[in-house]
Design a binder for this molecule. Structure first.
Ligand code: FES
Length: 251
């Protein structure tokens, strides 16, 4: 259930170019959030909340970790928040990833840019279930790379950059043929990447998590719809998603 909570900032640091990692303390969200869910943060001076996905959880410390990119004045303001300050948050929000996988199966995670953080929390949970994880992580350039060692600790990891300044040059879809067999895929990133991934893997079962600007964040305003094959037609990313089965959505 989504609740309105105050979250205390435990730490903030810029871990890659314009990419900020923030750890927040809150018992309720840390206990209940599942991989793929997000928190909807209210930044001082702004009326629209910002949806930010959860990159990690420490239930003992009652903290969640989020990563966000500084893309405008709102996220720049959030990056200026400091340890000990409180943020008004709604969460945990949305429907996360399906975690139903047979033991000993292999999953492929494909992330692009700021779509990568929720896959980190997902990978950690899969590992606890003895599910093998392979990750393909795409970034624009070397300076934007983050969490490489975090993912390497969880399984085989391929880093791809658009300009070839680090890792493999190209797109995440260029690398899929190299990774070997897997049972299902999970992808999060910008829409063109999700389109390319779902087209390339159309015969494979998979899940897509959408990054979308939102209004209400709770299913009340229709600001975040995606077309589906379902009789319902359009579904709301904030409430029905952000994760959908790749077969379900028309993108
Ligand atoms: Fe209002 Fe999704 S943001 S319905």
């Amino acid at each position: 259930m989504i609740k309105k909570e105050k979250m205390e900032i435990v730490s903030v640091s810029e871990i890659a170019m314009n990419t900020v990692e923030m750890t927040l303390k809150n018992k309720y969200v840390s206990l209940h959030a599942t991989p793929g869910q997000f928190v909807h943060l209210l930044i001082k001076g702004y009326t629209l909340r910002r949806p930010i996905s959860i990159a990690d959880i420490d239930r003992n410390a009652e903290t969640i970790t989020i990563l966000f990119k500084i893309v405008g004045s709102g996220t720049a303001e959030l990056a200026n928040y400091t340890q000990g300050m409180f943020i008004d948050a709604l969460g945990p929000s949305g429907n996360g990833f399906s975690m139903e996988q047979p033991k000993d199966s292999t999953v492929l995670l494909i992330g692009g840019g700021i779509g990568i953080p929720p896959l980190h929390y997902l990978a950690k949970e899969f590992l606890k279930q003895n599910i093998r994880v392979i990750s393909i992580l795409g970034f624009q350039t070397k300076a934007s790379v983050f969490y490489e060692s975090h993912f390497q600790a969880l399984g085989d990891t391929y880093i791809v950059t658009d300009d070839g300044s680090y890792g493999i040059k190209g797109l995440v879809t260029d690398v899929i043929a190299q990774v070997g067999d897997f049972d299902q895929y999970y992808s999060c990133g910008p829409l063109p990447m999700l389109q390319a991934v779902s087209t390339k893997l159309e015969k494979q079962e998979g899940y897509l998590s959408f990054e979308e600007r939102m209004g209400c964040g709770v299913g009340a305003c229709f600001a975040c719809v995606v077309k589906t094959n379902d009789a319902a037609g359009y579904k709301k990313i904030c409430k029905d998603g952000p994760v959908f089965s790749a077969n379900e959505v028309v993108i």
